[in-house]
Ligand binder design. Sequence first.
Ligand code: UDP
Ligand code: MG
Length: 317
Amino acid sequence: MKPTFSIIAPIYNEDESLPELYKRVSEVMDRTHEPWELILVNDGSRDKSAEIIRDLVAKDKRIRPVMFARNFGHQIAVTAGLDFSQGDAVIIIDADLQDPPEVILELIDKWREGFEVVYAVRAEREGETWFKKFTASTFYRLIYRITDVKIPLDTGDFRLLDRKVVDVMNKMREHHRFLRGMASWVGFRQIGVNYKRAPRFAGVTKYPFRKMLKLALNAITSFSYFPLQLATYIGFLSAVLAIVAIPVVIILRAINPETFFGQASTLIAVLFLGGVQLISLGILGEYLGRVYDEVKGRPLYVVSEGPDDFDKENQNL
Ligand code: UDP
Ligand code: MG
């Protein structure tokens, strides 16, 4: 039977949180009295997550596992979940229980009122370092300012998506994904629900600074050309500066031949412009590399075992 709700949880080394996640999600979802499925996408975990997922599947058929052949990253894991989901409404949640499953009921209420995208807004964050809070907050504000899609502030991937939205997003096969942006881009009626982000249930963050930076770059390059245009703006600015400086220097030298001697000013100008040029090249490279990835047209992820493989396995037993 086709479920009404699909819950997607990406799993990367979350063996300590998994049993609790299952317990709390199933408790909450049973309260809806509707059929549901829990899609656990194992993103190449190196701990006991895979075994625990197997145990859970054996216990409860509503769990549908997707095992990746290696670690592909959070956004890709959620994408696979969206691909495999069957529900009329799809809920994306973190496996570490930072997104309290109880909030899902509030998201569902809004969905029933007719909203196609219900995103959860982090009104408060508990148990995170000031560095994480600061970088996250700066990131959301920067993205809001420079991208063309107005991505709501302080929202993560914890949200409910209507089947209509999921169908559109599943057609967007871009490799460097920023799902929150994609969900905003789709449109439809969207609304936020405030919640208090809890501390991690167990373990440590799977988002080191390197991964956060990558996500931020993907967000910016996916939804804005602003960095590319920066070179043009700075180019115009330096050209105007040069045009103004030429007569000024000539006049000053005519009045007093001693002024504007020395290599320091020349060196500074050369270094500055050299720096700007290299940065612009780097920015071009960021976009070009992404274009190259799209052209290669590789699949977004490799599944070693999907829900159907598990069904077969269980029938053989
Ligand atoms: N995650 C994943 N693949 C990765 C990194 C993270 O599937 O390469 C999952 C992780 O298991 C968790 C979710 O993405 O369910 C969010 O990660 P985390 O809680 O570490 O991020 P934070 O909340 O610290 O930003
Ligand atoms: Mg987390």
